[in-house]
Design a protein around this ligand. Structure first.
Ligand SMILES: *[C@@H]1O[C@H](CO)[C@@H](O)[C@H](O)[C@H]1NC(C)=O
Ligand SMILES: *[C@@H]1O[C@H](CO)[C@@H](O)[C@H](O)[C@H]1NC(C)=O
Length: 372
């Protein structure tokens, strides 16, 4: 789920890229159509755990969350957050995938506990990494994602001071952006506490890499209590968002030491991507959409792209090449509603990973700082 700030704000660059890719491989490069948030929460279409795309074991530590956790203390929390996310999305749709990625990086390291939000420390001064954000894996998480969560949290604090956690605000904001980009509106259970620690040492090995094999992906997901269905459904978040060239440039020029492009990648896509991403000396600011056909639309085109060998990262394309995940890719490519259901159900499971409760955790006032 690599997206980035660099270049995304430069609409011209993006449009050019979009046309370039569209001319090469995709029939259209449709722009997003933002949808308003519904006034009321609609019941999640999800919940069905049957079917190929569902499944996944539960995390070892799993506290029960609930839809009405703030019913007495902050009943309008969903709407308050929605009042912040909707205008932000209109101004800058790239904030959407940025926040989604932030949520994912939070949940996969020590659980959904806002540990990723603690302000970076030592690395900026050249010292050893101390908090999660200091680690290489988290360095290019876009600042706008952090800013978005702080803004939503500040709005919530105004109405209900000291009540709603940053971990819950992040989960709500991620849901809003999925819907704003055209994806499903699913309900979000609440009651996660914020962690009192954020440790750099917990990051390594907890997040999949752009070149991870399906074995590695499944191992990382299993360590969070998530299964093969969750892996395939959550990877569908790459229907929006962008990656830096560094994450796939090997596929364009020297795939696994062969000095040839990845033979699996559509040759037209290789050609188009090479124009944006030279083997060496390219700009670190250039980013490329994961979904070359509808980069701003939260739809199921990601899976059709994998079938057409238009996956951007090796770890995306691998899902179509591996016998364990291929049937699920085909299922979700064929049925958008099925994808939306599976995605909502898997977000619910991911959002429950190692949730913290009780006095060992906190309710921060400002998401980047622990309570002192
Ligand atoms: C959300 O914004 C609308 C329009 O500005 C306002 O009427 C409403 O009270 C806000 N809702 C909450 C819960 O803050
Ligand atoms: C992925 O890339 C890293 C370096 O970024 C390398 O150490 C690792 O071996 C690669 N994994 C695979 C499966 O190619």
């Amino acid at each position: 789920m690599d997206s980035s700030r660099g270049g995304v704000r430069d609409g011209r660059l993006l449009l050019q890229l979009c046309f370039l890719l569209a001319a090469a491989v995709a029939p259209t490069c449709r722009s997003r159509e933002a949808q308003p948030l519904p006034a009321e929460q609609v019941p999640a279409a999800a919940g069905g755990r049957g079917g190929a795309a569902a499944g996944g074991r539960r995390a070892a530590v799993r506290h029960e969350l609930s839809l009405d956790f703030y019913a007495k203390t902050c009943p309008a929390v969903d709407q308050i957050v929605g009042n912040v996310t909707a205008p932000l999305f209109r101004d800058n749709p790239a904030a959407g995938p940025a926040v989604l990625r932030l949520f994912y990086h939070d949940c996969f390291v020590e659980g959904c506990d806002a540990s990723i939000l603690i302000a970076p420390t030592a690395s900026n001064a050249g010292g050893a990494p101390r908090v999660e954000r200091d680690m290489e894996e988290n360095r290019n998480l876009p600042q706008e994602a952090f800013d978005t969560v702080e803004m939503a949290k500040a709005a919530v604090e105004k109405s209900c001071p000291g009540v709603v956690t940053c971990a819950d605000v992040l989960a709500l904001a991620a849901r809003d952006f999925v819907h704003l980009a055209g994806g499903p509106y699913y309900t979000v259970k609440k009651g996660r506490k914020d962690s009192k620690v954020s440790l750099a040492g917990k990051v390594r090995g907890s997040l999949p890499r752009a070149n991870s094999t399906v074995d590695e992906l499944l191992r990382v997901f299993a360590s969070k209590g998530l299964g093969v269905g969750d892996l395939v459904a959550l990877s569908g978040a790459h229907t929006v968002g962008f990656a830096h060239c560094a994450h796939f440039v090997g596929r364009l020029y020297d795939f696994r030491g062969t000095r040839q492009p990845d033979p699996v990648m559509d040759a037209r896509l290789v050609k188009a991507l090479r124009m944006s991403c030279p083997y060496t000396g390219g700009s670190a600011r250039v980013v490329v959409p994961f979904d070359v056909s509808t980069p701003f639309q939260f739809d199921h085109a990601y899976y059709a792209n994998l079938q057409a060998r238009l996956g951007l990262l090796a770890s995306d394309q691998a899902l179509f090449l591996d016998a364990r995940t291929r049937p699920l890719v085909q299922e979700l490519a064929a049925d958008k509603d099925r994808f939306f259901q599976a995605f909502a159900a898997s977000m619910d499971r991911m959002g429950s990973v190692r949730v913290k409760k009780g006095r060992k955790a906190e309710v921060r006032r400002v998401c980047s700082q622990h309570l002192s």
